[in-house]
Design a protein. Structure first.
Length: 162
């Protein structure tokens, strides 16, 4: 799963009250970790495939799994969130419930104020781009005022004169 997609899925699950986190399983290997309680965790999407499947871990040991969901390779983010929310983790071989449980109280998103610092500013590439060059910004606000001219830079060094 792509990093920003995994982060958006984890955020959407947290908005539904599911304790989900971004899972970084190695270099460019990301997934979603759902904390189930009792020391168990379900890790979705970090097996390197485009389809959706999960491993249920207890203190680092595999205790169950959710098999590959048919057609999940073509799921959009809302469908991925729904599939993870509908998962039933009670049996060693999990399954999907017919409908998702009702949403609980939303959980705070991870990262808080420093979220973009922790992510290395990779998230949010869809934010508006602000002008940076003189051609994009124009000559400036004072250039249009009559009689305004640029001052020469101040000379540095010892004063001249007698």
């Amino acid at each position: 799963m792509e990093e920003n997609r995994a982060r958006r899925v984890a955020d959407a699950l947290r908005d539904r009250g599911i304790d989900a986190h971004l899972e970084n399983a190695g270099i460019d290997v990301y997934g979603v970790r759902v904390v189930l309680g009792g020391g168990r965790e379900a890790i979705w999407g970090n097996e390197g495939t485009t389809s959706l499947a999960a491993e249920v871990m207890l203190d680092g040991d595999l205790v169950g799994f959710i098999p590959e969901i048919p057609g999940s390779a073509a799921f959009d983010e809302a469908q991925v969130v729904d599939a993870i929310a509908r998962a039933d983790y009670q049996e060693p071989e999990g399954r999907e419930m017919p409908e998702a449980p009702p949403p609980a109280q939303p959980l705070m998103r991870e990262g808080g104020l420093f979220r973009r610092f922790l992510g290395g500013f990779r998230e949010g590439s869809e934010l508006p781009r602000y002008p940076v060059t003189r051609q994009e910004t124009g000559p400036g606000p004072r250039a249009s005022q009559p009689g305004w001219r640029r001052r020469r830079p101040r000379r540095r060094g010892p004063p001249r004169g007698p």
